[in-house]
Design a protein around this ligand. Structure first.
Ligand SMILES: NC(=O)C1=CN([C@@H]2O[C@H](COP(=O)(O)OP(=O)(O)OC[C@H]3O[C@@H](n4cnc5c(N)ncnc54)[C@H](O)[C@@H]3O)[C@@H](O)[C@H]2O)C=CC1
Ligand SMILES: N[C@@H](CC=O)C(=O)O
Ligand code: NA
Length: 816
């Protein structure tokens, strides 16, 4: 049994960026039984590299090298009292003089070897470690260890390996006669078997931390960095990403491999070998729990632990009839890749063995293609294999978690989410470890894919980008309803309603979320000139996985854009009847486009406002019921007018009032002419499967001839001249205990009739109040003696907006 004694800490460059950070490091440490591995101060290694390149290329380096020396001097001067600085300043001054000599030589030769590079780049860690040693030594027995004295590494096939036996022996030997409370060790550097300074590769300090943890059989390894831990996804790409509490070594390895740059993948093996737990913690926020990595695998309630990605991937597809059943095809391909020193990141082969797909780093694509085409020349010439090409615009998205093992449905959810976000999957791989499911997708989709998958797995704030066009009566009521319900929708449905823009016929506002604050003031004060292209571009920016246009206009012109919206993958919700009641060919095209593009088209409020008419009819049809007839009153405005005329009111007054109350179309003549009624009946008939058009319907036009083509204002002003006819009709009906109503019917053969009729006050069509609509469905299941009846207010901003809002929530439930 190993006696575990030390805690190994590793501080990255950001944790020792300046004197204040060194002070914080000291506060984090306990002062005893500690081995502290440090990186160079932030930016130092890259700076040394850059200046060495400058020297090679004949560019200036002197001034910046002096600045680098100065920055180290400043740290020393702020941390150490006068009498403790001298030695260190001298050592560092000497180092910089050596570097300057080397750079002079490099600039004369115009080149440098990897030995020189390793020699130069290793200085940064020596400076930071010596500074920290001197600073800690002010209060404890602190020793400095240059890792090159004990850590031996070598390279095998380009990979850095540790000579564990030699290193352990060297360490034991080195510490035979030394005692310390705290030991500060240089990260990143090691010694070659010949005893020369070398480096462990980019970000090698994490690896150093793990190596020393293993060499010291540490209690634990704590990697201090500048983020709270390992996140569920890259926080710069996914706003709602959060820190993962626990990971198994294997999960951490999967996440680290795919670029969770918080942790270097090579860090895991040494700790895992010796069963040393790793903490990833934030030196800027040491109280935060961080991420704990150990042997223990805990299932996540979310199904997966994290999402990760690699960009700049090329997908190479090798296919041909000659591959099937031929043993060794895959081996040959991998051999060719190995000869070119190209690492294969992902492999996928279908069981038909007809094709093999490999993903490699983009920068190797040309080399790989050339090697494959040359080496497979015989097979290509004889037609057994097709010429090999690469698609260089790919990225890999991976879902990682031990919890996927044996949990059916995780892969299904992953791919389903990507499909719903309209993301094309080019290749798929899941290892038999079931710990990682990877999908190769177009690199332009990576941000959207990350957001979609994250929202879907973490059930946290599934975002939808909303563009509202037409903030008039209905649009404004809808925005108010959304603003009021936004928080509860977020809490209950986990949906984040992101109002990305509002556009009227003249003005628009583009925002990250126009619901932050008062949308109306925002729109009034900050709107710019309306521009549909810019509006759409903004709606689709920010990689929110799903977008919807809510068209609250009465514009025929805008309805002509639906096809292009669907073609851009945008969902549509609308109370505007023009698309569904307009040109039959166009109607069919938009229905087909929405299916083809996987977009949703929801239009409940086009018929009878918020009453559940369209969804009910769709349910009847979907479940195999057959519509026999549909009849009723579908105009809220006309219902209101006849109800009020029945009370003896003046026609023109009532029309004006209906308009003011927001019941009428923007032009009330649309209602009075019967056009609005006809449109609704066409919508219903088409929904029932009939190919009908507006021109098939004979309507009764209640707009006086003389007022049919004037302006709306003139129409309203002159309407009183024509009050007589219609009021007489209403009075006559009343005298007969009847009521006038404007009703429509879709007959068994699909024919539509609209008629203004006088019916007994006891008739269902007459028993309507206010803006009530009524629809009577006779179907195979709901026969003539017991039809299905839907009745209630059929116009008005609040009820209509509620119907549109319900469509919006329905849409979000389809998306994730
Ligand atoms: N008022 C009601 O009770 C009901 C209305 N509807 C439908 O709702 C839609 C809106 O009706 P209301 O709000 O009453 O009309 P409204 O006239 O109050 O509002 C229409 C809005 O659309 C904007 N607009 C018009 N053309 C535009 C274009 N090309 N681009 C951008 N913006 C444009 C206008 O600036 C205005 O803000 C209509 O299609 C109507 O048929 C449906 C059911 C009930
Ligand atoms: N103007 C319409 C509104 C609903 O579509 C009506 O009055 O019914
Ligand atoms: Na409706």
């Amino acid at each position: 049994m190993i006696k575990r004694y030390y805690t190994v800490h590793k501080f990255g460059g950001s944790s020792v960026a300046n004197a204040e950070r060194f002070v914080e490091v000291k506060k984090i440490l306990t002062g005893t039984k500690e081995v502290i591995v440090v990186s160079a101060t932030k930016g130092t290694t890259s700076k040394l590299q850059l200046l060495m390149d400058n020297a090679r290329d004949g560019l200036a380096w002197q001034e910046e090298l002096a600045a680098l020396e100065k920055s180290h001097q400043i740290i020393i001067e702020s941390l150490l009292p006068d009498n403790k600085r001298g030695d260190l300043l001298q050592v560092i001054g000497h180092d910089f003089a050596t570097i300057a000599n080397v750079f002079n030589t490099v600039s004369q030769i115009g080149n440098y070897s990897t030995d020189i590079q390793d020699f130069i780049l290793g200085y940064g860690e020596q400076w930071s470690a010596q500074i920290l040693t001197a600073y800690l030594a002010l209060s404890t027995n602190t020793l400095y260890l240059d890792a090159t004295k004990v850590l031996y590494s070598y390279k095998k096939d380009g990979v850095v390996c540790i000579d564990w036996e030699r290193s352990e022996a060297a360490l034991i030997n080195y510490f035979q006669d030394k005692k310390f409370d705290q030991l500060v060790v240089t990260g990143f550097i090691a010694s070659t078997p010949e005893g020369k300074r070398t480096t462990l590769g980019r970000n090698g300090s994490d690896f150093s931390g793990a190596i020393f943890a293993k060499l010291f059989h540490a209690i634990e390894l704590i990697i201090w960095t500048d983020v709270d831990g390992i996140y569920t996804a890259h926080p710069a790409k996914v706003k709602n990403a959060f820190c993962i509490d626990t990971l198994s070594y294997k999960e951490a390895l999967e996440l680290a491999y795919f670029g969770a740059s918080v942790l270097h993948p090579m860090t895991i093996a040494p700790a895992q070998d010796d069963n040393i737990p790793i903490y990833i913690k934030d030196s800027y926020n040491p109280a935060a729990p961080g991420t704990y990595i150990s042997h223990t695998s805990t299932k996540s309630e979310h199904g997966i632990k994290g999402l990760t990605y690699v960009d700049d991937i090329a997908l190479i597809n090798i296919e041909g009839a000659g591959m099937a059943g031929v043993s060794g095809s895959a081996a040959r391909i991998f051999q060719i890749m190995q000869q070119c020193n190209i690492s294969v990141i992902l492999i996928s082969q279908a069981s038909s063995e007809h094709s093999l797909c490999i993903a490699i780093a983009n920068k190797f694509a040309a080399k790989a293609i050339e090697a494959l085409n040359t080496n497979l020349q015989f097979e290509i010439e004889t037609g057994q294999i097709n010429k090999v090409t690469a698609d260089t615009t790919c990225a890999i998205l991976a879902a990682v978690g031990d919890g996927m093992i044996g949990s059916p449905g995780v892969a299904g959810k992953f791919f389903d989410t990507l499909a719903k976000a309209n993301i094309n999957i080019r290749a798929i791989a899941q290892g038999s470890s079931e710990r990682n499911i990877s999908a190769v997708i177009d690199s332009k989709d990576i941000n959207k894919a990350l957001q979609a998958a994250h929202a879907s797995f973490y059930l946290a704030d599934q975002p939808i980008a909303i563009g509202l066009i037409g903030p008039g009566g209905i649009g404004a009521a809808l925005l108010n309803q959304i603003a009021a319900a936004r928080d509860s929708v977020k809490a209950k449905n986990k949906v984040d309603l992101c109002l990305r823009g509002i556009m009227s016929s003249k003005k628009m506002i583009l925002a990250e979320n126009a619901l932050d604050g008062d949308w109306k003031t925002n729109f009034e004060e900050n709107a710019t000139e309306a521009d549909l292209d810019k509006f759409i571009e903004h709606l689709l920016s920010d990689d929110i996985p799903h977008a919807v246009i809510i068209d609250c206009t009465a514009s025929n012109e805008l309805s002509k854009q639906y096809l292009s919206f669907f073609n851009k993958g945008i969902n549509i919700i609308t109370p505007n009847k023009h698309a569904n009641a307009g040109d039959l060919d166009y109607y069919r095209q938009i229905m087909a486009a929405s299916h083809k593009k996987g977009c949703h088209y929801l239009y409940e409020a086009t018929v009878c406002a918020g009453l559940p008419v369209i969804s009910t009819l769709q349910d009847l049809v979907k479940t195999g019921d057959e519509v026999v007839t549909i009849e009723g009153v579908v105009s809220g405005t006309l219902s209101f007018i006849f109800n009020e005329l029945g009370k003896g009111r003046i026609f023109s007054d009532v029309v004006r009032e209906a308009r003011e109350l927001g019941y009428t179309e923007p032009d009330p003549r649309e209602d009075l002419s019967g056009q609005d009624v006809a449109r609704k009946l066409v919508c219903l008939a088409r929904e029932s499967g009939y190919s009908v058009s507006l021109s098939d319907i004979q309507v009764t036009n209640l707009v006086p001839e003389a007022l049919r083509s004037c302006s709306i204002d003139e129409f309203l002003t002159r309407l009183p001249e024509f009050d007589g006819t219609i009021m007489e009709m209403a009075a006559k009906a009343k005298a007969n205990n009847e009521k006038v109503c404007y009703a429509g019917k879709i007959h068994e053969d699909g024919k539509i009739t609209v008629a203004i009729q006088s019916v007994a006050e006891s008739h269902p069509l007459a028993r309507l109040n206010g803006t009530d609509n009524i629809l009577i469905f006779q179907t195979s299941r709901y026969n003539s003696s017991r039809p299905m009846v839907i009745q209630g207010p059929g116009a008005g901003a609040e009820v209509t907006a509620a119907g549109v809002f319900a469509d919006l929530l329905r849409l979000t439930s389809y998306l994730y």
